[in-house]
Design a protein around this ligand. Structure first.
Ligand SMILES: [Zn+2]
Ligand SMILES: [Zn+2]
Length: 188
């Protein structure tokens, strides 16, 4: 099911000059492998691709837009999330010789947006997936003041007050006063 409209074809840029793309992709939460994604709508991707300044380099600028429901990292409630972002990537041919480990670790800051291509076709769907991964926060929150779940009974503390916290505090105070009494006895 190779559809040339789903790829940035580097040979076409060499031949015909800069190219523009506008695609919509449906993505399943399973593909993204992020437990916080409950639902995700289609992602709209636009991109412009052109030759870079050095041989075999290509520049890709674009935008991605999507909406999703993300589980709050504290209370687990699904929370609507909307993302609209732009990206600027430089593609270089993948170096043919395997690099030494030291070299791989040292990436100059200005090279952080460089990606490597092997085939002379860059998948627009893969670019969309990558942008989604970058846009979704590591710890989504329904509200920055979310109280989360009670670690003892699992109650959602935004909606209900459970008795766990107070009884545990009570027990601790009880233990403390026993120690204090024991110390007083020893002093006297
Ligand atoms: Zn929450
Ligand atoms: Zn509780």
């Amino acid at each position: 099911m190779f559809d040339p409209r789903d790829y940035i074809l580097l040979d076409q840029i060499d031949k015909d000059g800069p190219q523009s793309y506008s695609r919509m992709y449906s993505i399943s939460p399973a593909e993204l492998d992020r437990i916080e994604i409950v639902n995700i709508g289609p992602v709209a991707l636009t991109a412009n691709a052109n030759k870079g300044n050095v041989p075999a380099e290509y520049l890709v600028d674009g935008t991605s837009r999507f909406t999703a429901d993300l589980a709050c990292s504290r209370c687990l409630e699904p929370t609507p999330f909307a993302s609209s972002s732009s990206f600027h990537l430089r593609f270089h041919p993948r170096p043919e010789l395997p690099q030494q480990e030291d070299e791989e670790l040292e990436i100059a800051p200005e090279e952080l947006d460089v990606e490597f291509y092997i085939e002379r076709a860059i998948s627009l769907r893969d670019l969309a997936l990558e942008q989604i991964q970058l846009s979704i926060p590591m710890k989504p929150l329904c509200d920055e003041n979310c109280l989360g779940l009670c670690p003892y009974c699992g109650a959602n503390r935004n909606r209900e007050t459970c008795a766990c916290e107070t009884s545990i505090v009570g027990e601790r105070w009880g233990a403390l006063s026993e120690i204090q009494q024991a110390m007083k006895k020893r002093e006297s």
